[in-house]
Design a protein around this ligand. Structure first.
Ligand SMILES: CC(C)(COP(=O)(O)OP(=O)(O)OC[C@H]1O[C@@H](n2cnc3c(N)ncnc32)[C@H](O)[C@@H]1OP(=O)(O)O)[C@@H](O)C(=O)NCCC(=O)NCCS
Length: 175
């Protein structure tokens, strides 16, 4: 049964296979967390992958926060056994930029695992994590053309609060 896990060196092969799938997906822009990975440097090298995992885990702290996000962020992988199926990231608070676009939570499911309910289940599993971080109502934004993401958010109780400039804004109670 799939569940949320911390990024781990143990799943290096599957994570990098997922990264390759995202890069080859013609239907969607390559997610930022994929362009953040250099597969050539990480393939076959547990030590290098360990440094990558350590960096991602450190992003949960003020000191390790990504410069482009500007706030701590908890990244979790959605995995079933040894297979990484997706990832979700919870930003611990909003900046003015994130309040406009990006919101608290972003997620991606690898192309070969889509349309099997993983995103909806992954978001449901992540909401208590957001609650534990002190987020009572999570802001999620998505393009108005992203039917899949809209359905994922609405299936989790998201309330549409604004639609402007091709972007939809939802508030989701985390508990
Ligand atoms: C959006 C995304 C995460 C959905 O992942 P998923 O695991 O396929 O989603 P689910 O299987 O949980 O599907 C949720 C709902 O969306 C629907 N859906 C999924 N893909 C769809 C598509 N391409 N077109 C229309 N509906 C779609 C499902 O049928 C389901 O509907 P239901 O609630 O009526 O049953 C995935 O398509 C993805 O990673 N896309 C690229 C990145 C992205 O857009 N991330 C979100 C940014 S806001």
């Amino acid at each position: 049964m799939p569940g949320l896990i911390d990024p781990t060196v143990r799943l290096r092969r599957s994570f990098l296979a997922a990264v390759a799938e995202f890069r080859a997906d013609p239907g969607h822009p390559v997610p930022w967390f994929v362009t953040d990975v250099d597969p050539a440097a990480l393939t076959g090298d547990d030590a290098a992958f360990g440094r990558y995992v350590a960096r991602v885990l450190a992003e949960r702290t003020e000191a390790g926060a990504r410069r482009d996000a500007g706030v701590p962020m908890t990244t979790l992988w959605w995995a079933d056994g040894d297979e990484v199926l997706g990832r979700i990231a919870i930003r611990h608070r909003l900046t003015p930029a994130l309040a406009r676009v990006g919101g608290h939570i972003g997620y991606d499911v690898r192309p070969s695992a889509r349309r099997r309910g993983h995103a909806a289940a992954m978001l449901a599993a992540a909401l208590p994590v957001g609650a534990a971080l002190g987020i009572t109502a999570a802001l999620l934004t998505c393009d108005d053309t992203n039917t899949a993401s809209r359905r994922v958010i609405e299936a989790n109780g998201g309330r549409l609060t604004a639609a402007e400039g091709g972007k939809l804004r939802y508030l989701l109670p985390t508990s």
